[in-house]
Design a protein around this ligand. Structure first.
Ligand code: NDP
Length: 340
């Protein structure tokens, strides 16, 4: 290993502050920079590296070309006691969701459920940060996001869907929440890009080239090719449902309607997000989180030791003790972006 590729460790708060400076220096309002920095540093800390600092150049390219508005102030409308519409006004999805926090709390307290439909938003991150906080407060949350068409439907040859992720979080009595967060493509696009950077072939079945032929070359998949949906026709139908929930129900764009126009180099897809937050106590279920704990115990007894979220929580614990691992050259690069 050369001196340049030395791995060092950085405290979460220090990385968060550096990222906030980068966002502000590149045209993001202070309040949105706070949200994006916490989100991106959280991904790096949790080992969700396909949505950590690796994404910073993409964020900046979208900001620099004017594709996304770093100063957007979302418009939040409660259109019924439980249905909240958000127009993110071409801003980042996480800032839009934060703007609706009070309305979500009010809807859940009054009716037991909040349905939050966000349009005109850019989601460029992992979804777990959008749902885990609700589960920490005893609530269930599920969210759907669509994106940019780079996934072919089952049996097809032309991309129609985004990698259309879904995330679900539930409280567990006496433990960290159970959080499932996954793309409906075989692999998230960020992972394919990490493979391309490392010139590492993809597992067979991950994607196709521009002619629609199976390919394990990440460069071919990224340059005109596309990914497959997971799980054959069943996964493809889940991608379809996500597309409709996130892209159509919300008034956002469908993935195939999305393009970067004149904003060459922009990377953040402009689409929609649907979030549903439920108070499980309304279910008459006699201690929902204890029922979840019972099921998780049974899963472990049945042989599934590794439940969703386990790897992230372990990374988080390690980072709290040792700091977040980062290459020294990456840290220096981030410092230049913050104009240090
Ligand atoms: P993974 O396939 O890595 O993981 C998906 C889920 O399965 C996670 O909850 C993970 O838990 C869990 N998991 C992984 N391995 C196992 C296992 N062996 N047994 C049981 N559970 C397991 O995620 P993806 O590659 O599909 O997605 C990566 C990220 O990309 C997600 O955060 C997603 O939100 C994001 N994404 C964002 C998009 C956007 O437009 N903003 C588009 C597509 C994806 P754990 O977290 O502990 O590893």
């Amino acid at each position: 290993m050369t001196a340049e590729r030395t791995e060092i460790h950085i405290a979460f708060e220090a990385l968060e502050l550096l990222l906030k400076e980068i966002f502000i220096h590149n045209g993001v309002s202070c309040s949105t920079a706070d949200i994006l920095a916490a989100n991106c540093a959280g991904c790096e800390r949790d080992g969700a590296i396909s949505h950590g600092i690796f994404r910073i150049p993409g964020y900046l390219a979208s900001l620099k070309t004017g594709w996304v508005d770093g100063h957007a102030v979302a418009e939040v409308s409660s259109v019924s006691p439980s249905f909240i519409r958000i127009d993110a006004r071409n801003g980042f999805a996480q800032a839009a969701l934060a703007a609706a926090a009070k309305d979500i709390d009010t809807a859940v307290a009054r009716t037991g459920i909040a349905v939050v439909a966000t349009r005109n938003s850019h989601h460029f991150s992992a979804l777990w940060p959008d749902v885990e906080p609700f589960a920490r407060r005893g609530l269930l949350a599920i969210t759907f996001v669509n994106g940019l068409a780079n996934v072919v439907p089952h049996g097809g040859h032309t991309p129609v869907y985004g990698t259309n992720p879904v995330a679900f979080a539930t409280p567990i009595a006496g433990a960290d929440p159970l959080v499932v967060d996954q793309a409906t493509s075989v692999m998230a696009n960020g992972e394919v890009r990490l493979h391309a950077l490392a010139n590492r072939p993809l597992p067979p079945g991950t994607g196709v080239d521009r002619a629609g032929n199976p390919s394990t070359d990440p460069h071919q998949v990224l340059e005109g090719g596309a990914l497959n949906t997971f799980g054959g026709y069943k996964g493809s139908s889940i991608a379809l449902m996500v597309e409709l929930m996130a892209g159509a129900l919300t008034g956002g764009q469908l993935s195939f309607e999305n393009d970067f126009g004149d904003c060459i180099g922009a990377q953040t897809p402009k689409a929609g997000q649907l979030l549903i937050v439920i108070d499980p106590d309304r279910g008459g279920n006699f201690g929902f989180s204890r029922r979840v704990a019972l099921l998780c115990d049974r899963l472990r007894e049945a042989g599934q030791e590794r439940l969703p979220g386990k790897r992230r929580y372990e990374s988080r614990l390690n980072a709290s003790q040792l700091g977040i691992p980062i290459l020294e050259e990456d840290l220096r690069y981030l410092e230049t972006l913050a104009d240090h």
